[in-house]
Ligand binder design. Sequence first.
Ligand SMILES: Cc1ncc(COP(=O)(O)O)c(C=O)c1O
Length: 436
Amino acid sequence: METKKTLSRKTSEELFTKSKTYFPGGVNSPVRAFKSVEGSPLFIKKGDGCRIWDEDDNEFIDFCCSWGPLILGHNHPSIYEKVVATMQNGASFGAPTRLENELAELILSRNPYIDKLRFTSSGTEAVMSALRLARGYTGKTKIIKFEGCYHGHSDALLVKAGSGLVTFGESSSAGVTENVAKDTLVLPLNDIEALKKCIVDYAGEIACAIIEPIPANNGLLLQDKSFLIALREICTENEILLFFDEVISGFRVAFSGAAEYYGITPDIVTYGKIIGGGLPVGAYGAKKEIMACVSPDGPVYQAGTLSGNPVAMAAGIAQLSECAKPEFYKILEATTAHFVHEINAYAEAKKYNFELVTIGSIFWLSFDGKKRIQQAEQINPDMTSFKIIHRELLNRGVYLGPSGYEVGFVSAAHKPEDLQYAIRAFCESLDCVFAH
Ligand SMILES: Cc1ncc(COP(=O)(O)O)c(C=O)c1O
C-alpha cells in the first residue's frame, strides 16, 4: 500500500497571502519561503517528538528540526518543564543569573578546546563577534573563508556563502560594500595548494581562517580529514587563528562538535542552534589568553541586551544535559546510519543516481549519486529532482527543509517505527523522481 495522501493547504495559503503583506516574501528568514520547491510554505502550529502539524492539520515526520536546534525533537518534556519553571520567575533581567553559570559549566567541563565563552542570541552574532575578537587579538585585518560555507549574515561573511544565497542565485548579498568584501579572502574547500598560495600572497595580513569543519549549508561537503589537519598546521605556522564555526556541528556530531569528532583543536569556536534547546542562543569561545581581549576585560567590545537570557539558558541546560548522557551520540549516529543505509541500499538496487550523504545525525540528498562532493561548485545546480522528492515526501507526511542545498537532521525523538515509515516514503518518492 502506498503512503501517499492528499495534502490540504488551504489555511497555510491564506496565512501566506496575509504574511506577504507584512514581511518581505511573506517570511522572516528567506529559505522558509518555499521558493525553490513547489507551492507555498506550510504554516506550522505545533510539534511533538519527531512530528509537526500544520495549520491544515496535516501531520509530518520532521527532518528539518528547526534547521538543527531540536536534537531531542519537539516539545521535549525536560526542556518544557525547565523553561516553564524559569519563566515563572520572570523572562529577563539584564543582570547575571545562576543559569548562565550552569550552562557554561555544563559546556566547559566537557570541552577541552575552550576555557571561556560568551553567550549571544544567535549564531550570526556569535560569529560576527568572534571575528572581531580574532582581528582584535591578532591586530590583523584579512580573513580566509571557504566557498560554500555559511557563517550567518554579517557583512564580512556574506561572500559565496551557502544555501540561502545559492537558492536565490546570488553569490553574495547586495548591500555588502566592496571595502568589507575585500578583506574576506574566499578559497575553495579541500584545496591545500590554494590555501598555501593565499597565505604567501597575503603574508602577515590574515587574522583567521574560518571554516565549517563539517560544511553543511551548501550540501554536505565532507572534507578530507587530512585537509583539516593541514589547515590546522598551516594556521599555526603562520600565526593565523583557526576558527571553527560549529553552529551546526557543535553538540551534533559529538558534544564538543567537529573538534572532538576529528580530534583537531581550533583557536576560536562558535556555537548556536542546539546550545539553546530551540530558543535563541549562540556562543563563542576560546582559550583564556584570547578571551581576555573581550570587553570588559579587554578592548574588543561586544554586548547584548538579551545575551544569556535566563529562559534560553534554561532550555539549553535541559537539552545539553540530555546530550551529555553516556552513549547519546553513539545511539543517534547508529539510528541515522540505519535510516541512511536502508534508503541508499534501495537507490543502489534500483540504480538510481542518488545517495544520502551522512555524518553523525546529519544527512543530505545528493542527486549526484556516489560522486563524493567536497566543493560547492561541484554540486549540480539543477534542483528538479529535489523539487519532486520534496513534494512527494510532503504528500507522504515527511517534512524536509525546502531547499536542495540544505541538510536534514535525525533527532533522538525519531523512533525506529517513525524511521521505518520515512524509509518507505523516501523509497516511493525516489521511484517518482526517477520515473521521469
Ligand atoms: C555554520 C553556521 N554558522 C552560523 C549560522 C548563523 O546562525 P543563526 O541563523 O542562528 O544566526 C548558521 C545558521 O544556519 C550556520 O549554519
